[in-house]
Design a binder for this molecule. Sequence first.
Ligand code: ADP
Ligand code: MG
Length: 268
Amino acid sequence: MPENTPLLSVRDLSKTYQAASGPVEAIGSITFDVRPGELVCIVGPSGCGKTTLLKCLAGLLAPTSGSVTLDGAEVREPPKKMALVFQEYGRSLYPWLTVRDNVALPLKARGVPKAERQALVERAVEEVGLGHAMTTYPWQLSGGMQQRVAIARAVAYQPEILVMDEPFAAVDAQTRADLEDLVRRVWKDLGVTVLFVTHDIDESVYLGERVLVLSSSPTFVQEDLTVDLPAERDQLTTRALPRFTELRTHVYEQIQRAKRGEAVAATP
Ligand code: ADP
Ligand code: MG
């Protein structure tokens, strides 16, 4: 695929839920593209429709109107080329399976031959720093380690796009910092396209090469911001850069504007 053909294309996507109390317009209209190899963060306030958007992207929920295209094909069911990591790591792993078997499961389901499967599982588990924990069970691991297993499982599957929905919202600050660095490392080492959703402004700027700022519901893309921070990032140095502060302040202001229903301010 040529470099600038989008891998993921979202066009005029809207979603209105039919709740018992009446219609809830979660997403007004969202349009954006993700090119192969990008690391894009989507940031927006709680309740602005981030999970709704991801469910539409993942073919788990039909949009009310508009379309999602992955690699040239319209998404109507969960695409084989996409892997998802959710916030609730506790519910995403099977407690009766070891780390190795949890990671291997989707590969088994896809019919990957045993030798190849073992190699993929080992590489992915090593990549997330859990090579020593291959034969342990999820309940023997901390929350952060369980989320690493979920990431390893997604990575082993070799998706064209890795989609993550607030994956670190439930872990402590130190673990979260480590996991953020893990996502950037996986993105660089494996060349996978990443779409990372968070309500945390600092996290979106630290992680992303690009940040899509969402308005509150009915949601639209308030801004599409390029993060011009150095490619090599680390928690102390990067977050101390004046440019980091400028960008996070800008995103913060955009979200405040979006809440008040105002237009986009000039990019800093
Ligand atoms: P976020 O992930 O950004 O916190 P959600 O996508 O979960 O936001 O929710 C967006 C809006 O849609 C919220 O107002 C929420 O209450 C509403 N919503 C989400 N799921 C449903 C549903 N199944 N039925 C009705 N309303 C829903
Ligand atoms: Mg959500």
